[in-house]
Design a protein around this ligand. Sequence first.
Ligand code: PNS
Length: 164
Amino acid sequence: MRVHRVVCPGSFDPVTNGHLDIISRAARLHDEVLVVVGANRAKHGMFTVAERVALLEEVTKDLPNVSVDTFRGLLVEYCRARGVSAIVKGLRAVSDFEYEMEMAQMNYRLAEVETLFMTANPLYSFLRSSLVREIAAYGGNVSSLVPAPVDAQLRAKLAEPGPG
Ligand code: PNS
């Protein structure tokens, strides 16, 4: 039997409750979900790739058909190498659509990899990792926006003495 394997790609710097909502809903619809952290530009982020992967593994540990991996280079090459049928993306608002549509069409053009869009839970339609990082950096409470292990690690990271 052919396994229907999809990827949920992203930067996940860090994973939010919005990501987790899409991942868990995708896991109900597909045989296997590979959550893949893009490592191309990761060194400019707050969390290292290893930290992002560890947090994703922790917060998806109760979803047996979800695994976590990283990729470099083109996403479609990763998909081709792993026999992935489709990319799953969450759409928060119309503003996401233009960019996501472009990527979806380009990925199809490059390698005939399909993209499936899921509409975000309206509870999380305003949520993105960069806002979480900013709010946390200025001492705001993000505990309802991210899973508990992410909240704990954000606090730990921000408590570390910085470069100046
Ligand atoms: O969480 P993000 O930052 O929206 O994730 C974007 C990501 C990593 C999914 C996207 O930038 C990507 O797929 N990068 C890999 C490089 C690639 O394949 N580029 C061509 C896209 S058409």
